[in-house]
Design a protein around this ligand. Sequence first.
Ligand SMILES: NC(=O)c1ccc[n+]([C@@H]2O[C@H](COP(=O)([O-])OP(=O)(O)OC[C@H]3O[C@@H](n4cnc5c(N)ncnc54)[C@H](O)[C@@H]3O)[C@@H](O)[C@H]2O)c1
Ligand SMILES: [Fe+2]
Length: 387
Amino acid sequence: MQPFSFATTAQILCESGAAQRLASLCRERGARRILIITDPGIARLGMLDDVLPAFTLARVGVAIFSDVTADPSQNCVLAAVDRARHIGADMIVGFGGGSSMDVAKLVALLAHPACGQPISELYGIDKAKGPRLPLIQVPTTAGTGSEVTPIAIVTTGETTKMGIVSPLLLPDLAVLDAVCTLGLPPAVTAATGIDAMVHAIEAYTSKLKRNPLSSLLAREALRLLADNLEQAVYNGGNLPVRQAMLLGACLAGQAFANAPVAAVHALAYPLGGHFHIPHGLANALVLPHVMRFNLPDALTDYAELASPLLGARLQAGDRESRSEQFVCELAQLGARCGLPNTLRDAGVPRESLGQLAQDAMQQQRLLVNNPRALSEADALAIYEAAY
Ligand SMILES: NC(=O)c1ccc[n+]([C@@H]2O[C@H](COP(=O)([O-])OP(=O)(O)OC[C@H]3O[C@@H](n4cnc5c(N)ncnc54)[C@H](O)[C@@H]3O)[C@@H](O)[C@H]2O)c1
Ligand SMILES: [Fe+2]
């Protein structure tokens, strides 16, 4: 067996309604002053209204930073750090999607009184020295898995994002409470859910670091997500379905945190950078075309994933037949969930495809994990097929 290492969030609480107990969860961990990091959409929906009164009862001070923007910028992170320092926060809670959770991770690090590093020193792998403040994450989308990844993504330029990767960013506790995802609109449910499925698929085929644990988690994640995605999109008030999605996204997060994602993400990032296409939708648009490209080198893996993806609908057959069913199913998924099906429908101008292919090549950190080597010409052909 290949040697491997596996790291994840220390504690995961998977329980519908658990966010109601957030105050006591913080108090049990010794917190006196908490900063909750969230975004304006979540604040406007009043999603924290049920959670806050208990803080007064538990005599735990709480403040809210609700200015997180989608694909948060460095300035957004720094504003949240200022707020945490200003109130003397001794614990940080991320309450939201990947954007809020990523900001919360960096605030936990940068707002610690003993942290002498500026954010500019943190970009890349293992640059953070710590220590950090205690960190709890409450995801309100079932997608990024940020509650169990050692990664925070920051928008650093007009069209560029950079990652900060450090084991210090792994939270202390993830609270998976499906009540927090009940109001997620269908299009966001679909896009974030497909993002999570891609995490599972790309972790399962990850070339360098795949390992028995990541593969186990990826299969189970894909099963949960595929079984429940359409129900979550079209019947969003179904609590057990939402809980299954949240768990699926979390397991997929654990898988890809240890066996990183590959070409689907590499080709999706430039779509987000140039055209602000939401991350999950960008993944969904290129997914079947990258799968078809990978097929010659990933046949066995895709045949294995056909069962968790299709469940009882999988027709018996050899490896070729099962992997073909796998790719065909993924090609129909976005449209079945009401998402645009082509780059053209998503508003991408055809003349931008060359630039997109060039930019995708910058994502070598991800491309090295792809089961099949991919050149700029291949990337262009994939974008053209997706157009
Ligand atoms: N850290 C990681 O490992 C990791 C992995 C993948 C992506 N990311 C990052 O995560 C971010 C994307 O996160 P995301 O896809 O979760 O979206 P998001 O956090 O940007 O939220 C998207 C929108 O959904 C709304 N929303 C969230 N929860 C809701 C709810 N329950 N009800 C109603 N509306 C709700 C928000 O208000 C927001 O408008 C990007 O910045 C991406 O780069 C991080
Ligand atoms: Fe993703």
